[in-house]
Write a protein that binds this ligand. Structure first.
Ligand code: IPD
Ligand code: CA
Ligand code: CA
Length: 265
């Protein structure tokens, strides 16, 4: 395993174990509202602290972009961290959340870890060396027809400027796929595309920390990732479409008539 990935795995496991231990005391946690329907708990912050300490102990000169505490330092190496992706699930006792850590080197994501502590599932990827779930090499599905595909997504719930376009896409896909799912953790949604559980995924308005690790996971598993217009600006815009190489273009085709100038990025 690449030494930088090894450190990221150590950080993700530490944070994941901390989150997992906290599931017994959800009712006693201090919870703050960041904006409409957007909550953060002391567990999110403690997990982020643990991750940062682990990474910076090994690589004190690296920079950090972390959801709860923002930007730290400046370097050609930037760790992009979501300490707890799926906070709403976590706060409701729903066991679908994960730790997501990616390393960006000179603007390119090179290492990725997503850890699901409830299922003890560790997803890892290194650019050019494949993606793995625990020790198993990952491949996206080979499904050809959209009508037989299962597609993951995330509903808008904090900001609603793309609501009408989203509902339009959703309505079309409801009728043209085998099913849609909204489990509530974008990082795991993307890992599940890589793992061949979903054939595709789309969502609007995500942040870099939600998707940085998952997108490398998908491309290393043989899948495709783009923004909703088929371009590669997804890390900046947060509008994302992913899938196996057959399903990804079919999703883009369904999405195209619903695109607004803002969604084109
Ligand atoms: C959220 C989850 C969710 C997605 C939201 C994200 P958080 O992350 O990934 O699936 O729909 O847009 O903000 O806030 O739980 O880290
Ligand atoms: Ca997140
Ligand atoms: Ca989070």
């Amino acid at each position: 395993m690449h030494p930088m990935l090894n450190i990221a795995v150590k950080a993700a496991r530490r944070a994941g174990n901390l989150i997992h231990r906290s599931t017994d005391k959800i009712d006693h946690l201090t919870i703050t509202k960041k904006s409409h329907a957007d909550f953060v708990s002391e567990v999110d912050r403690a997990a982020e602290q643990t991750i940062m300490e682990t990474l910076l102990e090994a690589y004190p000169d690296h920079a950090i972009l972390a959801e709860e505490s923002g930007v730290h330092g400046e370097s050609e190496y930037v760790w992009i961290i979501d300490p707890l992706d799926g906070t709403t699930n976590f706060l409701h006792g729903i066991p679908q959340f994960a730790v997501s850590i990616a390393l960006q080197h000179k603007g390119i994501i090179t290492q990725a870890v997503i850890y699901d502590p409830t299922k003890n599932e560790l997803y890892t990827a290194t650019r050019g060396r494949g993606a793995f779930l625990n020790d198993k090499r990952l491949r996206v599905t080979r499904r050809i027809h959209l009508s037989e595909s299962l597609i993951g997504t995330g509903f808008p719930y904090t900001r609603f400027e793309h609501m009408d376009a989203y509902i339009g896409i959703f309505k079309d896909l409801m009728q043209k796929t085998s099913g849609l799912r909204r489990p509530g953790s974008a990082a795991l949604d993307l890992a599940w595309v890589a793992a061949g559980r979903y054939d595709g995924f789309f969502e609007t308005g995500l942040k870099a920390w939600d998707i940085a690790a998952g997108t490398l996971m998908i491309t290393e598993a043989g899948g495709m990732v783009s923004d909703l217009a088929g371009e590669d600006r997804f890390l900046k815009t947060g509008h994302i479409c992913a899938g196996n190489p057959n399903i990804h273009p079919q999703l883009l085709q369904i999405i195209a008539p619903h695109l607004t100038p803002a969604l084109k990025g």
